[in-house]
Design a protein around this ligand. Structure first.
Ligand code: NAD
Length: 260
């Protein structure tokens, strides 16, 4: 199993987990597309990764909630590299509020990035995968695809939704060689999580230390954060796995926080 020359689009790849997956794929010889909001940030990442090799990377400006930008971005990739083998729909944000205070526009914004983003990028890539008779779609879920936490109504709803979308794609894509799976990480120290620590301390009325040790890591087997590299290794398996035996699945990588 390897990703040599495979064309892999990763959304939200200019930072955090997406960047870690991009590094892992380029290290395995893949041609990786850094699709993110800001072209200059994506271009810098693509340049650095290409210099590291042995694979290479290109940058595409893509707001995953903008249908035209998604379609144009995928078309640009197909023009440059001839097709799409792997889509990692990873772009995401977090917004925390108690439900009764959750601003409707923030609810819609979060759902749109996670769910519309997964829908639009899948919709744009599937025809190319169907044409080739193979492909792997990977959604970045979360332990919150299976568990709930206070303050995270929008995030938990979106992450649960991704399980359903992946299962539908598995069923629709099965006879066309296309797989779809979901990665469910526990807490990973990325900018998305660093931002949440003071916000949760404020909203829950506890110290930042308690947010980390009790809220974020309290249910793990060893009080350890999951790392970007842990998640990237799972993303590599879902991308490189050679058959449809592995489809419609979700895999927790969370130090045992979730075992379902
Ligand atoms: P991050 O903030 O480090 O990176 C997110 C990236 O997504 C950024 O580069 C940002 O520019 C990009 N992005 C945001 N909105 C976008 C949009 N509309 N279009 C395109 N790109 C957009 O966050 P991260 O922690 O690396 O999170 C990546 C994914 O992993 C998210 O889906 C998140 O929900 C999921 N996740 C994170 C954790 C964690 O603990 N960090 C745990 C489980 C799941």
């Amino acid at each position: 199993m390897n990703l040599k020359d495979k064309v892999c689009i990763i959304t939200g790849a200019a930072s955090g987990i997406g960047l870690g997956i991009a590094k892992r794929y380029v290290a395995d010889g893949a041609r990786v597309v850094i699709a993110d909001l800001k072209l200059d940030a994506a271009e810098k990442v693509a340049k650095d990764l290409t210099a590291q090799g042995p694979g290479k990377a290109m940058a595409v400006e893509m707001n995953v909630t903008d249908e035209k930008q998604v379609n144009d971005g995928v078309a640009q990739v197909v023009k440059a590299w001839g097709g799409v083998d792997v889509l990692v729909s990873n772009a995401g944000i977090q917004i925390v509020h108690p439900l009764q205070d959750f601003p409707y526009d923030e609810w819609k914004k979060l759902l749109s990035i996670h769910l519309d983003g997964a829908f639009l990028t899948s919709k744009a890539c599937l025809p190319h995968m169907y044409k080739a008779g193979s492909g792997s779609i990977i959604f970045m879920g979360s332990v919150h695809s299976k568990e709930a936490s206070p303050l995270k109504a929008a995030y938990v709803t979106a992450k649960h939704g991704l399980l359903g979308l992946a299962r539908v794609i598995s069923k629709e894509g099965g006879d066309k060689g296309v797989r779809a799976n979901v990665i469910c990480p526990g807490f990973v120290k990325t900018p998305l999580v660093e931002k949440q620590i003071p916000e949760q301390a404020r909203d829950l009325g506890i110290s930042e230390e308690d947010v980390v040790n009790k809220v974020m890591l309290g249910e793990t087997v060893d009080k350890e954060f999951t790392t970007v590299e842990d998640v990237a290794n799972v993303a590599w398996v879902f991308a490189a796995f050679p058959t449809n035996a592995l489809t419609g699945q979700s895999l927790n990588v969370s130090h045992g926080w979730s075992m379902t």
